[in-house]
Design a protein around this ligand. Structure first.
Ligand SMILES: O=C1O[C@H](COP(=O)(O)O)[C@@H](O)[C@H](O)[C@H]1O
Length: 248
C-alpha cells in the first residue's frame, strides 16, 4: 500500500447487514467523541447510494441524533424539492423513517442564490457552524463520502483536475459536471482533509476495480485518491463486491 499521512482502516463486509453495522459503529464512535468534547456532532453527507445505507444504519443503531448537524459534502444546484437534490433525498427518507431528525438540523445550500454565491454562502455557513482545528480551518467530526465508478467523490470529477488544486476556497461551484445535473457545489480537499474522520462507503462489484486503483494503488488520476486526512482517520467500508480486489 502506498504511504498515507493518515491512519487507514478497511472494513470489508460480507453482507449488507454487516456493512450497516460497520457504518453504525463508526457513527457511534464519532458521535460519542463529539459528545465527550461537549460539541454538536458535525456530519457531512454525500448523496447517491449513501442515502439508503445511512438511513438503514440510523434506523438500526437508534443513536441519539438530537445534537447532530447535517451538512452536504456536495449538493446539486437544483431547488430543495427537486428529485436531484441530495437534501430532498434525505429529507424525504427521514421524514417517514427517522421522524426525530428535524429539518433545522440540516445545514442546507441556498440554491436560490446564483451558483458562485451559493458556494460562497455555504462556505460561510460551514465556517460559522463548524469549530476550527489548530490549523484554523473548520474541522468536521465525520465526512461520509461515496465514490462513483469513475473515481469521483463529492463533486470532484476526474475530467476537472483543477478542482483538486484549490487551496483557498473550502466550497466551490461546479459547472459542466460530467454526471448530471451539470451544476453543483462541492467541498474541496483542504476542507475534506481537515476532518477528524473521513469514511468512504462503496458498494457493488462494478466499483471493485476503481476501489483497488484508489485505495490500494492510490492512483492520483482518480479524485477519491486525493482524500488523505492530515491528522484524521480514513475508513473504507466496502461490501464483498466492491472489495473483491482488495487483499487484507
Ligand atoms: O453524484 C454523486 O455521486 C457520488 C457517488 O454516488 P453513488 O450513487 O455512486 O454512491 C456521491 O457520493 C455524490 O454525493 C453525488 O453527488
Amino acid at each position: 500500500m502506498p504511504n498515507r499521512k493518515c491512519s487507514f482502516n478497511v472494513s470489508l463486509a460480507e453482507s449488507e447487514d454487516k456493512l450497516i453495522d460497520s457504518l453504525s459503529n463508526l457513527l457511534r464512535r464519532c458521535s460519542e467523541q463529539a459528545k465527550d468534547r461537549k460539541t454538536n456532532f458535525s456530519l457531512g453527507l454525500s448523496g447517491g447510494s449513501l442515502v439508503q445505507l445511512l438511513t438503514k444504519a440510523l434506523r438500526s443503531s437508534r443513536l441519539d441524533t438530537s445534537n447532530w448537524e447535517f451538512f452536504f459534502c456536495d449538493e446539486r444546484y437544483v431547488a430543495d424539492d427537486h428529485s436531484d437534490s441530495t437534501y430532498c433525498a434525505y429529507r424525504t427518507e427521514w421524514l417517514s423513517q427517522l421522524p426525530d431528525i428535524l429539518d433545522l438540523q440540516f445545514v442546507k445550500a441556498d440554491t436560490t442564490k446564483p451558483l458562485d454565491e451559493c458556494a460562497a454562502d455555504y462556505e460561510t455557513k460551514v465556517k460559522v457552524k463548524v469549530g476550527n482545528s489548530p490549523s484554523n480551518l473548520p474541522q468536521f467530526d465525520l465526512l461520509l463520502l461515496g465514490m462513483g465508478p469513475d473515481g469521483h467523490t463529492c463533486s470532484l470529477f476526474p475530467e476537472q483536475p483543477a478542482t483538486l488544486e484549490e487551496t483557498s476556497r473550502l466550497v466551490i461551484p461546479i459547472r459542466n459536471s460530467p454526471k448530471p445535473p451539470p451544476e453543483r457545489i462541492t467541498f474541496t480537499l483542504p476542507l475534506i482533509n481537515n476532518a477528524r474522520d473521513v469514511a468512504f462507503v462503496v458498494t457493488g462489484a462494478s466499483k471493485s476495480d476503481v476501489v483497488k486503483r484508489v485505495f490500494v494503488e492510490q492512483d492520483k488520476q482518480f479524485p477519491a485518491a486525493w482524500v488523505d486526512p492530515t491528522s484524521g482517520q480514513l475508513t473504507l467500508i466496502v461490501d464483498a463486491g466492491a472489495g473483491s480486489q482488495i487483499k487484507l
